[in-house]
Design a protein. Structure first.
Length: 416
């Protein structure tokens, strides 16, 4: 399927503006990394704990940060994020320097939330943050005493239904009034009264807690860097074997270009690098390389057919011939990742951001970075060949060739 037929765009005419833009973005990104003392790593790479909390109403971020800082050592980062279903989510991240502090830090984070914002009621259970087993143990005797639920199986089913109702959107783990539970099948006035007597409602719900030790984080970071470098090295060998070595060098430089600009933009926008971002970068390396190989393969085919055509014109023709394929592949992929970026939620935000940036950068680098490198190299070698004297001319100009031979200097006996 071809969207464009017989196009004749002069792509390489605009190579310098795009190369200039790439240099500016690369310098800005590397400058930002240097200014901030390195990349901003996520919990996956630096170690620590990250807690996702849903709030009833606007999160009190300005109160959370100092409250956590008083109880927890090291850096504490509090971020307000937006999910497609949950508008009031907060990510609380703490940095850990020692493995033994993992569980201690997690408990400290929970204690700070309970004491500062939970408004606990003595002797009562927090319904919004209780597990199914905790609810079952707390409600068994009161419900049986009230005669509401005498059968153990019925009680388990009731508690499971209450938890499911609480965790289903739009509540997503947080209810603000026990009267909301009246819509759960089997819940009557006696059950609601027992819930109100045994439980209270905190204004937040801890959605998840992820913890990574510092040693594991450092190991993951080194392996992620190695994986990216191995991928680039393997592709360099493959393309150098399939085409010429200069094609492999051009493709790998384009991939480095894509990676550096993407990481630089992460630093400029203050985004964290975690395992999902590394997965996105490796995806982009393969994506950009594939797009570059398609163009290089067409250039190689045209070199056999159009031997007398100037190389710049031949490269332009090759890019035009693969334009429909590039638009279809890059365009459809871009629509997918932009939807993921807009609606994927905070968990996939950095991953989708890397893909959105990488597809844009990777598509134009195949045309305006990799292809010009091949052109520059061929022009350089051609000029060098033309300027170097041929062997016959070099021999004629050589002092040795201009020196008279011994036979010419001495007359022969016949001449005498």
């Amino acid at each position: 399927m071809e969207i464009f037929k017989n196009t004749n765009f002069d792509f390489l005419r605009y190579k310098w503006p795009f190369i200039g833009a790439s240099l500016v973005l690369s310098v800005l990104g590397l400058g930002s990394i240097a200014l901030h003392g390195g990349l901003k790593y996520g919990i996956d790479f630096k170690g620590g704990a990250i807690m996702t909390v849903k709030w009833a109403g606007a999160p009190p971020i300005e109160q959370i940060r100092p409250a956590m800082g008083k109880k927890i050592r090291g850096e504490v980062v509090v971020q307000n994020v937006t999910d497609i279903n949950d508008k009031d989510l907060v990510l609380i991240s703490t940095e850990l320097q020692e493995e033994r502090l993992l569980n201690q830090n997690r408990k400290a984070m929970q204690d700070v939330l309970d004491s500062t914002f939970g408004q606990p009621v003595a002797g009562k259970l927090d319904f919004n943050n209780a597990s199914q087993q905790m609810l079952l143990d707390r409600l068994r005797d009161p419900l049986q005493a009230a005669g509401a639920q005498s059968n153990e199986d019925q009680l388990r089913k009731l508690v499971a239904d209450l938890e499911t109702f609480r965790n289903t959107p739009p509540r997503s783990g947080l209810i603000t009034s026990f009267d909301q539970l009246s819509g759960v099948p089997g819940v009557n006035a006696a059950i609601l009264n027992a819930l109100k007597q045994q439980c209270y409602l905190a204004p937040y719900n801890v959605r998840s807690v992820d913890m990574v030790g510092p040693k594991v984080g450092a190991e993951l970071r080194s392996k992620a860097i190695a994986a990216t470098l191995y991928a680039l090295a393997g592709m360099l060998v493959y393309i150098a074997f399939r085409f010429e070595w200069i094609y492999g060098v051009a493709a790998v430089i384009a991939c480095f270009h894509d990676t550096i600009i993407t990481i630089g933009l992460f630093s400029l926008f203050g985004k964290e690098i975690d395992l999902t971002v590394i997965a996105a970068l490796l995806t982009l390396v393969g994506y950009s390389m594939n797009d570059t190989i398609v163009i290089f393969d067409r250039i190689r085919e045209n070199l056999k057919i159009l031997r007398r055509e100037p190389l710049e014109s031949l490269i332009n023709k090759s890019v035009n011939q693969t334009l429909s394929r590039t638009i279809m592949t890059s365009g459809l992929t871009f629509l997918t990742v932009i939807a993921l970026f807009l609606f994927g939620g905070p968990v996939l935000h950095n991953f989708s951001f890397a893909l959105v940036v990488g597809i844009i950068i990777g598509t134009y680098s195949s045309v305006f970075v990799a292809s010009p490198i091949v052109l520059f190299w061929h022009n350089f070698t051609e000029n060098r060949r033309r300027n170097s004297p041929s062997p016959a001319v070099a021999a004629a100009k050589s002092p040795v060739s201009q020196k008279p031979s011994q036979s010419a200097q001495k007359p022969s006996k016949a001449a005498k």
